[in-house]
Write a protein of this length. Structure first.
Length: 84
C-alpha cells in the first residue's frame, strides 16, 4: 500500500531472517534460506537471494498462482544477480 513504510518493512524482514539464523544456530542446524508466515490476514514469504539480499512477497492467501509467480520472480531476480 502507498502508506507502507518500506524501510521499516525491509528492516523487520531482515530481522526475521537474522533471528532464524540465531535460533537454528543454537540448535546446531543450518539456517533456513526462506521463511513463510501465514495468518488470517495473509501470507508473507522471505527468501534469501545472496548473503546480502533477500526477496519478500505478500499475498492474501496461499495459492498455486502465488507460488508460480513467486518462483518466476525469484528466477528473474537470481538472473539479474548473475548478470551484475
Amino acid at each position: 500500500p502507498d502508506e507502507a513504510q518500506i524501510d521499516n518493512f525491509a528492516t523487520m524482514a531482515a530481522t526475521l531472517l537474522g533471528a532464524l539464523e540465531v535460533i537454528f544456530g543454537t540448535m546446531k542446524a543450518d539456517a533456513p534460506s526462506h521463511v513463510i508466515v501465514e495468518s488470517e490476514g495473509g501470507i508473507l514469504t522471505v527468501r534469501g537471494l545472496s548473503g546480502k539480499m533477500f526477496f519478500v512477497a505478500m499475498a492474501d492467501n496461499r495459492s498455486a498462482t502465488f507460488a508460480e509467480s513467486l518462483d518466476e520472480a525469484l528466477t528473474k531476480a537470481k538472473g539479474l544477480l548473475r548478470e551484475a
